[in-house]
Design a protein around this ligand. Sequence first.
Ligand code: TYD
Ligand code: MG
Length: 454
Amino acid sequence: MAAKTTYSCSACAASFSKWSGRCDNCGAWNTISEDKGLSDRAGKASLGAKRGTTIPLTDLTTQEAPPPRTLSAMGELDRVLGGGLVEASATLVGGDPGIGKSTLLLQAAAAFARSGLKTIYVSGEEASAQVRLRANRLGVTDAPVQLAAATNLRDILTTLETEKPQLAIIDSIQTMWSDSVDSAPGSVSQVRAAAHELTSFAKRRGVSVILVGHVTKEGQIAGPRVVEHMVDTVLYFEGERGHQFRILRAVKNRFGPADEIGVFEMTGRGLAEVVNPSALFLSERGTPQPGSAVFAGIEGTRPVLVEFQALVAPTPQANPRRTVVGWDGGRLAMILAVLEARCGIPFTGLDVYLNVAGGMKVSEPAADLAVAAALLSAREDTALPEAAVVFGEISLSGALRPAPQTENRLKEAQKLGFTAAIAPRGGKSTSVSGLSLTEMSDLTGFVGDIFGAG
Ligand code: TYD
Ligand code: MG
């Protein structure tokens, strides 16, 4: 029977039975291409010796110690990994080109090598001499890391087989190609095959692998989404160009909490860890201006304070602008709608710009109230009470929903010199000394209290 031809999107990895010019799943144009199958050889090798056997669930209860982990001594990286690198794990580090992935991973390679892991750094993008130059700049030339410049998967697997490292870093997965797949390097089929072979090799031989993946906009090259489901841990390295901060975020982690972040600062000598991110994100903040609200957020297991900035300006346009950086645009539309419908505060005829300071991205629903506060403050041209933090989720009815980890948020605010907090009523009642907590049950009450009835 002839194998059925399938097609996949290189942007979102959705799969289709026929070709089309536009992906029905993510809407990207020109990203769909035919899947070239794996050769038989590639498919077979991945199953271990325990083929076809099962064990009762109850047998698992007491046995099996937690998997061995190695700490890199880069605290921010270890935290995002869920407490160090797990043996025989597969990790994907995705990010925009030029964001600093190679820098991060060369530093990580050096750190893990110094912690005693036998480490190989395979670069498919740069020659070994270039990697060494970079290592020089980063001051890590003394670390016992093995370098390889290769793109042929078979060569790399052979190298790993003979060198027997404990950690292999592959920079990047899009440059790797397998000769058992006949399509160009970087295509969905190639990226999928290379990731599959490397991760299954890792599981078989007890090697941890870290794959680097470029986020691609054009779609000619498959993005990291294609491999997300094959790995144990998915980390994204984010940041705004022109900002010094870089955030490593766990979006999936079989061995630890997702949503954990590690914060780094770019320097001429590589990435430096930021131990107190709240202080950093608020560092550019002077006296409170209209349109500014400080959100006491939780990222993973750690509280982080960030500033929301809003600007509201009249416009003659029939369709005013809604521009958001660092937050979800749909969520902004919802909050504008709730403000209008429940509090009678319209934003028609007004352009709205919303920005999270410092290049940070916030996804917590608890940021709703901080966004509403920033919008109202900008609209009324009135600064919010100085030294107050705000958090709470807003429902469509205008009610405020309590946010998890109230106490951690309040403690972080207090630690950074804030003396007041505005939060939804009904959260776990907590008091933090030196911080006055105002609890509200709905948005209308909030508007009346803070802005004198709007
Ligand atoms: P690079 O690590 O090569 O990015 P990626 O692998 O994601 O494409 O970093 C891009 C450039 O930024 C490179 O020229 C080095 C520079 N850089 C620094 O100078 N300091 C830093 O801390 C980082 C992260 C990068
Ligand atoms: Mg790179």
